[in-house]
Design a protein around this ligand. Structure first.
Ligand code: FEO
Length: 407
């Protein structure tokens, strides 16, 4: 495995091949926790790994240098997947000074006993010379936590971007040009949708700051390092940060006895026949991670649920709650669903989509017990309405971004 980014800058992290659940995020392709070692007149470790993998990180460091020679441990992000091993690392690197911003110092102090650590606080614009290389620090609050920070090495045009531009993607390759670009972009999109999307306004500001840097390599804290497809990933982030819509309609539903499923199929049929990408998603055969990823760049959503106890079905409610937290913006939508003797399923979906400030195109479509021919005709017409709106939105916002480019 090639772990060298450039002369004396190496990846020393951990590949977690078997993880499939990252605090609820379905990691179908596993994950990596990236840490990097810069050896110069001074030696700096950039980030650590999840606590259980501290020993592997320390072995990787020891394979390159005497641990006593590590001068700095830069912490770009205090979340435990990157700083969980910090206590063991600080203990094993006896001459290391922790380098982080003020909020990160506070966050680390709440996760670990940091009382014995030497700490050097930095802020945006501060630099630290390692010899031939310099570390420049850029605070990036809320991408992903309040204390998050980028570290830039101008001599190598190398940006350590922490969670930003990351992917949950276990592979024995370390670089974007050693894997299928489609896969790396797909996982970057999934990561953006499920981790970064709530902070999209901050991402836009961060991208503006990053645009001022001369970058030839982006080394995130998860997944592969970008060195051959920086334009594609930065352009994709620009699109995702504004949820730039594609002419795409999602029909998302849960159904108790099949009636809402029939309505969903009719809406999907109407949208499909109108020349847009239309996807039919049963929440019980998909998962939250995949649904959020599809929502990211969809223009329109039809959301349906049967009624249970005057509310939506539990999985449908869970999806809506998850989406609300992720704050996808600029969607047009409508609700639908069946009911028996009291309404509630379609109404709950309608209310939750209104709460997300999505544009609601019409009142909910309802069917008592079973959809008759008239209701199914109404559903097909609603599919066409969604498709027309999706085309209009995609055209207005000039949807773009090559999200799937083979290397
Ligand atoms: Fe990969 Fe926000 O931690």
């Amino acid at each position: 495995m090639n772990t060298t980014l450039c002369e004396n800058i190496d990846w020393v992290g951990y590949v977690d091949w078997t993880v499939r659940d990252f605090h609820g995020y379905s990691t179908d392709r596993g994950a990596t926790y990236n840490a990097y070692l810069i050896r110069d007149d001074k030696t700096a470790l950039i980030d650590t790994v999840k606590a259980p993998f501290a020993e592997q990180l320390l072995q990787n460091i020891a394979g390159l240098t005497d641990p006593a020679k590590v001068d700095y441990v830069v912490c770009n992000h205090a979340e435990p997947d990157h700083a969980g091993a910090m206590a063991k690392v600080m203990e094993a690197l006896p001459n290391a000074t922790l380098v982080c911003d003020k909020k990160c110092e506070a966050a680390l102090g709440m996760h670990h006993d940091s009382s014995g650590w030497k700490t050097h606080i930095v802020a945006t614009g501060d630099t630290l010379s390692l010899g031939k290389r310099t570390l420049e620090f850029i605070e990036t609050p809320m991408v992903h936590w309040p204390e998050s920070m980028f570290t830039y090495v101008p001599e190598e045009k190398l940006l350590f971007s922490m969670d930003a531009f990351g992917q949950h993607y276990a592979t024995s390759q370390r670089f974007d040009d050693e894997v299928q670009l489609c896969t790396a972009m797909e996982e970057a999109k999934t990561y953006y949708a499920n981790i970064i999307m709530p902070f999209s306004k901050m991402v836009a500001a961060t991208l503006d700051r990053a645009a001022k840097l001369d970058i030839e390599m982006i080394a995130p804290s998860h997944g592969v390092v970008w060195r051959s497809h920086i334009t594609e990933i930065v352009e994709a982030y620009g699109n995702w940060a504004c949820c730039r819509p594609k002419p795409k309609v999602l029909v998302i539903y849960d159904t108790m006895w099949g009636a809402t499923g029939e309505m969903a199929a009719a809406i999907h049929e109407g949208a499909s026949q109108a020349g847009v990408t239309a996807e039919l998603i049963n929440v019980r055969t998909s998962n939250l991670t995949k649904i959020a990823t599809e929502v990211l760049d969809a223009a329109c959503v039809a959301f349906g649920s049967s009624t249970l106890n005057q509310d939506a079905l539990p999985m449908a409610s869970a999806v809506l709650t998850y989406l609300k937290g992720l704050k996808p913006v600029d969607k047009a939508a409508l609700a639908f669903g069946s009911y028996g003797w009291s309404k509630g399923g379609a109404e709950a979906a309608d209310e939750k989509m209104k709460a997300m400030k999505w544009e609601i195109l019409r009142e909910p479509i309802r069917a008592q017990y079973e959809p008759n021919a008239e209701v199914l005709t109404e559903c097909r017409a609603a599919g066409k309405l969604l498709a027309a709106k999706a085309k209009e939105m995609a055209s207005d916002r000039k949807a773009g971004g090559k999200l799937c480019v083979d290397p």
